[in-house]
Design a protein around this ligand. Structure first.
Ligand code: LLP
Length: 425
């Protein structure tokens, strides 16, 4: 018997009435480890990475997983073993790469606010490239490198001014954003970089936004980037690698982004036509590698009927799953045990945190009772990594499933853990 996977979640399916992730019954994990509990499918992460590798077959490609999407050590370890490098945005993330056994020589360092200390840390570690986001940063990086006897490999992040057609908080490639160097300034900035003593120009990059569900913004940005490569090289500055950032969306709620291989076959056709097909390429995918590999299991605590709304109060909250509160994001919510023909009233699914913004899903038809468990879907990306201890709630535990095996990869945080390091007067 085959078990149709949930839409967008290739390794999550009901077998009979019970929800499985790969070959493990999700409820067994909740019973063993408690809730809220994040569960990830290794096969899903593998399949998502393979789609990129298919798209780039025969090309020179370095995948740098944008670890902000999910920086749990075992997740990093998995991607490191697959040959991935990492896109980092802090010295802390660099330490995580090292702790997970990743290769620092495949690390690129993005972000608009790198400190001198972080620059020095990354230079000493010997990272692959700094993705520089401003002219001021370029000057400081050169100073830090010169003073410490290093040469910093740099790429300039170009802001191509294209609209990725996504939520304004996660769109980054428009003129009004804080990210990257304006297209018109780019050549001048490369000339400055080439003249500074502590720097070596190695690449060029863009990242236009996140949860992008169309190919057009990538095609437009690529055209504009290749115009710049031509201009910069004509000025005598060779560009060794081209980095296209991340941003490819996933299916949260019937979204239909292109698959990674289809997108890249389309993009590479353009890149070939312009004569750049044999370059060293880099990409920085985050969400598309992990988002739909994960779910968050929660228990129904109370049902609270109301005049205008019914509330289904669960034990996961905005501190575990911040995306609905922050971006009005949609996450699918399904029961671990399907209830047959039972009536399914409509609820707002909310957490215990003392904020009206603490909602996880609105207007969901659910046939559940207190004590039942639910899975919040598409929870592999930007959930655990954005979680907090608000309301002194310890962070959830995490399990990574590989076929029939389940590995506990993060213990549940205790209240004591959350105030460790604090001092009384
Ligand atoms: N590269 C850079 C420079 C980035 O800033 C990001 C994400 C990525 C790559 C990876 O993008 P992805 O492939 O994951 O779309 N917290 C938001 C998403 C913020 C994305 C920030 N930058 C959310 O939950 O939707």
């Amino acid at each position: 018997m085959t078990h149709p996977a949930l839409p967008g979640h290739p390794h999550i399916a009901y077998r009979g009435d019970a929800l499985f992730i790969e070959d493990v019954r999700v409820d067994d994990l909740a019973q063993a480890h408690g809730t809220p509990l994040f569960v990830y499918s290794q096969a899903s992460m593998q399949a998502a990475l393979a789609a990129y590798q298919r798209g780039f077959a025969g090309r020179k490609l370095q995948v740098c997983y944008a670890m902000k999407a999910n920086s749990s050590l075992a997740v990093l370890q998995f991607f490191a073993r697959q040959g991935c490098g990492f896109d980092i945005v802090s010295g802390g993330e660099l330490e995580r790469v090292v702790a997970a056994g990743g290769d620092v020589r495949k690390v690129i360092f993005s972000g608009v606010g790198k400190t001198r200390a972080e620059m020095l840390q990354a230079l000493q570690a010997g990272i692959l490239c700094f993705n520089v986001e401003s002219e001021a940063e370029l000057e400081v990086l050169s100073e830090v490198a010169t003073a410490s006897g290093h040469t910093a490999p740099v790429s300039i992040r170009v802001n191509p001014n294209v609209d990725p057609k996504t939520h304004p908080y996660i769109s980054t490639g428009l003129k009004g954003n804080k990210f990257g160097v304006a297209h018109e300034r780019t050549l001048a900035v490369y000339q400055r970089a080439a003249a500074l003593p502590g720097l070596q120009v190695v690449g060029i990059d863009f990242h236009i936004g996140s949860q992008i569900t169309e190919a057009t913004p990538y095609l437009d940005a690529t055209d504009r980037l290749l115009d710049l490569v031509q201009e910069i090289e004509a000025a005598g500055i060779p560009i060794h690698h081209i980095d296209f950032g991340g941003g490819l969306g996933i299916n949260y709620n019937g979204d239909t982004p292109p698959t990674a291989d289809a997108l890249w076959m389309q993009l590479l056709a353009k890149i070939d036509a312009r004569g750049y097909g044999d370059r060293q390429f880099m990409i920085e995918p985050g969400r598309s590698l992990v988002g739909n590999a994960g779910l968050c299991v929660a228990e129904v605590l109370y049902l609270k009927p109301g005049e205008e709304k019914n509330f289904c109060i669960i034990d996961a909250a905005m501190n575990d799953l911040p995306r609905p509160a922050m971006y009005q994001a949609f996450h699918g919510i399904v029961p671990l045990q399907q209830a047959g023909d039972a009536a399914a009233p409509v609820y707002d699914v909310v957490g215990p945190v003392c904020e009206s913004g603490d909602w996880i899903g609105r207007d969901r038809a659910l046939a559940v009772q207190p004590g039942d468990r639910l899975a919040v879907l598409s929870a592999g990306a930007y959930c655990m990594s954005m979680s907090s201890n608000y309301n002194t709630r310890g962070r959830a535990a995490e399990v990574l499933v590989d076929g029939p095996r389940a590995h506990l990869i993060r213990e549940r945080e205790t209240a004591q853990d959350t105030f460790q390091g604090e001092r009384l007067l």
